[in-house]
Design a protein around this ligand. Structure first.
Ligand SMILES: Nc1ncnc2c1ncn2[C@@H]1O[C@H](COP(=O)(O)OP(=O)(O)O)[C@@H](O)[C@H]1O
Ligand SMILES: [Mg+2]
Length: 246
């Protein structure tokens, strides 16, 4: 079943009356539950914008073309209240933003806990989960550091732990390996593959890195605000399907 179904997705940013950027010019996209998908393409091709629409952070434009459609797990996102969108984001999705978006005054563990508490976990459970996820990404010993006391790669791993704290069905990650060295990057890909296989979590990774793309099931290639090509990297095996359904 498609977990995300989007059609006619357009987004124009208006900088001034004469200066508009057509970031997405009519994109159709469909992502299956349990898929691990990469979105690749040159800088400025609309990858982050597409991720923000899929993640219900922004809404597609209604004007200048056929009506946009966006459904999430069968629910029509174009008709949802802001409250419903916020709830789905907090409970069902995990985000890794390109700029991490960590709260500078909170420690690593507090940053991760916050996402758990937004999703309705009690403080104690949020703390336990936060420590477990920081351990998963190899940062347990940095739990009480603030972002300014962490390297770029460490901040990125805190952002990843935060995205995973609620065991979300859908993880959206914008350049999740952008600040990691090749060893850490391979390690993170291994973790993503494992979560994808063992828990059936769906991952959409925006990436520049060909090795990240090659580790995914499918690559959506974007150019100038359009989907240029879809490439199947590997056929899902019966094993994947069986494990995802279990
Ligand atoms: N908030 C914004 N305001 C104005 N222009 C934007 C904004 N966000 C993105 N853009 C522009 O939209 C285009 C697509 O951006 P983006 O989706 O971030 O591309 P990518 O992630 O592929 O680099 C770029 O030309 C970018 O400069
Ligand atoms: Mg981007």
């Amino acid at each position: 079943m498609a977990v995300i179904e989007g059609r006619n997705l357009r987004k124009t940013y208006t900088l001034s009356r004469r200066n508009e950027v057509r970031a997405l010019r009519g994109v159709d996209v469909s992502i299956e539950a349990g898929e691990l998908v990469a979105i690749m393409g040159p800088s400025g091709s609309g990858k982050s914008t597409l991720m923000h629409l899929i993640g219900l952070l922004h809404s597609p434009d209604q004007d200048h073309g056929p009506a946009p459609e966006l459904s999430l797990g069968g629910r029509d996102a174009t008709r949802m209240s802001d409250g419903a969108r916020t709830r789905i984001r907090a409970r069902e999705m995990g985000f890794v933003f390109q700029q991490f978006n960590l709260v500078p005054t909170l420690t690593a563990v507090e940053n991760v806990m916050l996402a758990g508490e937004y999703a309705g976990l009690g403080r104690r459970q949020a703390r336990e989960r936060a420590i477990a996820r920081l351990t998963t990404v190899g940062l347990a010993e940095r739990a009480t550091h603030r972002p300014s006391e962490l390297s770029g790669g460490e901040q990125q791993r805190v952002a990843i732990a935060r995205a995973l704290v609620n065991d979300p069905a859908l993880v959206l990650a914008d350049e999740p390996t952008g600040n990691l060295d090749s060893h850490r990057s391979a390690e993170l890909l291994g973790l993503i593959r494992k979560l994808n296989r063992e828990h059936g979590q769906t991952f959409v990774l925006v990436t520049h890195d060909a090795e990240v793309g090659a580790a995914c099931d499918r690559i959506i290639r974007m150019r100038d605000g359009l989907v240029q090509a879809m490439e199947l990297v590997r056929e899902p095996t019966p094993d994947d399907v069986g494990e995802a359904a279990a």
